[in-house]
Design a protein around this ligand. Structure first.
Ligand code: AMP
Length: 187
């Protein structure tokens, strides 16, 4: 089963992705984690993206798409993809369709975790203390949220008419969200 977790930064996509990985023996594809790993390794890609990431700006489609491709085409991950933080723009959504098509896969479920801006800001402030992420300061949070509204939210129109699209109230307790998701999985 392939799943997309969609929603603003701080909506809880990563938390639910970890649950799905266990439940479905899946593989979490967090483009944020993949990119942070490049920075940690101080790779050529890491050097190119560090400024954008710290400022809450998107990393270029070219870089993100090329990193993603490896995972979609990895036979050991086929039909086990749990996307967390991808796609984040219409062009990424179209790129994902192409990659899935080429690798003979489909998306089984898209879960949209809907959370309002004020709650996002409070959650990310807490996360900054817990995870010490350098892009979690207030200015950057607001910048990331604006980018979400401008660039990522339009992806909803692309998916929302599909029968496998499910909107979930992301302000519920973690367990309640998990139960909702589980209700759609039929496993
Ligand atoms: P996240 O961990 O999903 O909140 O992502 C952290 C940061 O990584 C974002 O603010 C972007 O700078 C970058 N990033 C993650 N995923 C993507 C993506 N799909 N496209 C472009 N940039 C991304």
């Amino acid at each position: 089963m392939n799943i997309i977790l969609f929603g603003p930064p701080g909506a809880g996509k990563g938390t639910q992705a970890k649950y799905l990985v266990k439940k479905l023996n899946g593989y979490q594809i967090s483009t944020g984690d993949i990119l942070r790993e490049e920075i940690k390794k101080d790779s050529d890609i890491g050097k190119k993206i560090i400024n954008n990431m710290n400022e809450g700006k998107f990393v270029s489609d070219k870089i993100v798409n090329s990193l993603l491709k490896r995972y979609v085409f990895d036979p050991s991950k086929k039909e086990k993809l749990i996307f967390d933080g991808y796609p984040r723009s219409l062009s990424q959504a179209k790129n994902l369709d192409l990659l899935l098509n080429e690798s003979n896969q489909i998306i089984d479920h898209i879960f949209f975790l809907n959370v309002k801006k004020e709650i996002i800001v409070e959650r990310i402030k807490k996360r900054k203390i817990l995870e010490k992420r350098s892009d979690d300061d207030l200015d950057t949070i607001l910048k990331r949220y604006d980018t979400y509204i401008e660039t990522t939210r339009p992806v909803l129109d692309y998916y929302s008419k599909n029968s496998n699209f499910h909107e979930i109230d992301g302000t519920m307790e973690i367990d309640q969200i998990t139960n909702k998701i589980e209700g759609f999985l039929n496993v």
